[in-house]
Design a protein around this ligand. Structure first.
Ligand code: ZN
Length: 469
């Protein structure tokens, strides 16, 4: 079957990166426009395997050029329902990456494609090949799809026209989970679509927590698990509630153990610092701890500038990804900001100090009103110092934490002389103005020498100071 195509199709090519110098064309991406969309349709309205192109084809595109692209698929079948649209849509990402010489990144209206020069030289000169390959994979891998049709658009005016209605569809999907919460259901859903590059990743999709890629919500997980329980989306029985504040469930912990091959055995769904959700690599936004202000900043994939800590999205994403639980970093889907349980065990919105302006505007109505103006963007702050000033000026709730910590530190400066094993707290729980002082005298509280670690950047698991016998 694959003989029809002028390229190879295999999961082996999934990790393939196409750099600028080996690129024939770039489609959509941050410097252009585009989207992917799957719609369920009536079986009688679909002509199976039909491909329509609106706008120039690959053969009309110049080497090194950039173009918009919309990829719309209509699917039908007895078991096909609207809830399955996102699931199939997410597979466009996976299957396009199976094509040798084609790179597909992100999802929805954030898609970004690159086609390699080698692939074009080998005969990939029409989008029809790509669309036909994807339709074939859809039907082979997702047997509930009986008929499929593809429409690709490369004409900018047409892309823009369709983009608005696509955005409406994404929005409607995101709205669906708004009135449903973790406590209302018995089952969560797992997703292993990212397991190929993040083998220890444990993606848990719940009503209050969308997948990290932002593409799969609880309804989508349920629909997918129903048609193919052995597939990449499957049920995770919630089990016992261990802690409602942080969102810890025995069923999730068991799934974590199984899916991470024993690497992790606890996941708190709504925690930032302690046993956070693992981060795969396709998250839409990265949260990062800013120790100097004891707050959390968020940076999204589309923001090309630097955060107040001097780092860009790509740098922090590199630290965060790979399917690990990383203290101080957390990957999330944008819709998680709309969750009433958003990092609730670490202060929720009261802990958020910075995000790029465009991201903030996107979710503005979901930020509690009293904190909306107190979250800085790149327009008000450029570094830690200006962030600190902004937060003080706006009386951000985080400022109260600074004062509390100072008081706590005062107390910690006179530990009991009888203390045998002084355990320093872990780095992530240590605010920057925390100055642990270690009593060195042989007897008596304040006698002898004192070492003050001011603004220390070292990570200390444990300090044990024993009394000289
Ligand atoms: Zn992922």
């Amino acid at each position: 079957m694959a003989d029809e195509f002028p390229f190879e199709i295999s999961p082996m090519f999934e990790g393939e990166r196409i750099r600028k110098d080996g690129m024939y064309v770039e489609l959509a991406g941050p410097k252009s426009k585009g989207f992917e969309l799957v719609r369920a349709a009536d079986i009688n309205d679909i002509e199976d395997d039909k491909f329509t192109l609106i706008g120039p084809d690959l053969s009309d595109m110049e080497e090194g050029s950039r173009h918009p692209i919309a990829m719309i698929y209509k699917i039908a079948g007895e078991l096909v329902e609207t809830d399955l649209e996102s699931i199939v849509e997410r597979r466009n990402h996976e299957f396009q990456n199976y094509i040798q010489g084609l790179m597909h990144l992100n999802q929805r209206d954030d898609v970004w494609l690159r086609l390699g020069t080698d692939a074009v030289n080998k005969g990939l000169t029409s989008f029809e090949y790509i669309a036909k390959a994807i339709m074939m994979l859809f039907k082979n891998e997702l047997p509930f799809i009986e008929k499929v049709e593809a429409i690709y658009i490369t004409d900018i005016q047409e892309v823009e026209k369709e983009l608005d209605s696509a955005k409406e569809v994404y929005k409607a999907r995101d709205e669906r989970t708004r009135n449903l919460h973790d406590e209302d259901v018995d089952t969560f859903y797992g997703c292993t679509l990212c397991a190929s590059f993040a083998p220890t990743n444990v993606c848990v999709v719940t009503p209050d927590r969308i997948s990290l890629c932002g593409a799969i919500n609880w309804f989508d997980g349920r629909a997918a698990a129903k048609v193919d329980p052995e597939g990449p989306q499957f049920a995770i029985p919630k089990g016992e509630l261990i802690d409602s504040e942080s969102g810890e469930y025995s069923g999730v912990n068991e799934a974590a153990k199984r899916l991470s091959s024993g690497e992790y055995d606890r996941i708190k769904l709504h925690s930032f610092f302690e046993y956070p959700h693992t981060s795969c690599g396709c998250f839409e936004v990265v949260g990062f701890y800013i120790p100097e202000v004891d707050g959390i900043g968020w940076i999204d994939r589309d923001f090309a500038g630097t955060a107040p800590n001097g780092l860009q999205f790509s740098t922090m994403a590199g630290q965060t990804g790979g399917g690990k639980q990383v203290a101080g970093f957390l990957g999330v889907g944008i819709n998680y900001f709309r969750s009433p349980k958003f990092i609730q065990s670490d202060g929720g919105w009261n802990r958020v100090v910075w995000m790029p302006k465009i991201l903030k505007e996107k979710i503005l109505n979901d930020i509690p009103e009293d904190i909306r103006d107190k979250i800085a963007t790149e327009e008000e702050t450029s570094d830690i110092e200006s962030l600190k000033n902004f937060l003080s000026e706006k009386e951000h709730p985080i400022v109260v934490r600074w004062n509390e910590e100072e008081e706590e530190n005062d107390v910690q400066e006179t530990p009991s002389p009888q203390q045998q094993g002084y355990e320093a707290p872990q780095m992530m729980q240590m605010p920057s103005n925390f100055m642990p002082s270690i009593p060195m005298g042989s007897s008596g509280g304040s006698a002898g020498m004192k070492i003050i670690l001011k603004n220390a950047k070292v990570s200390i698991e444990k300090i044990i100071i024993k009394k000289d016998e």
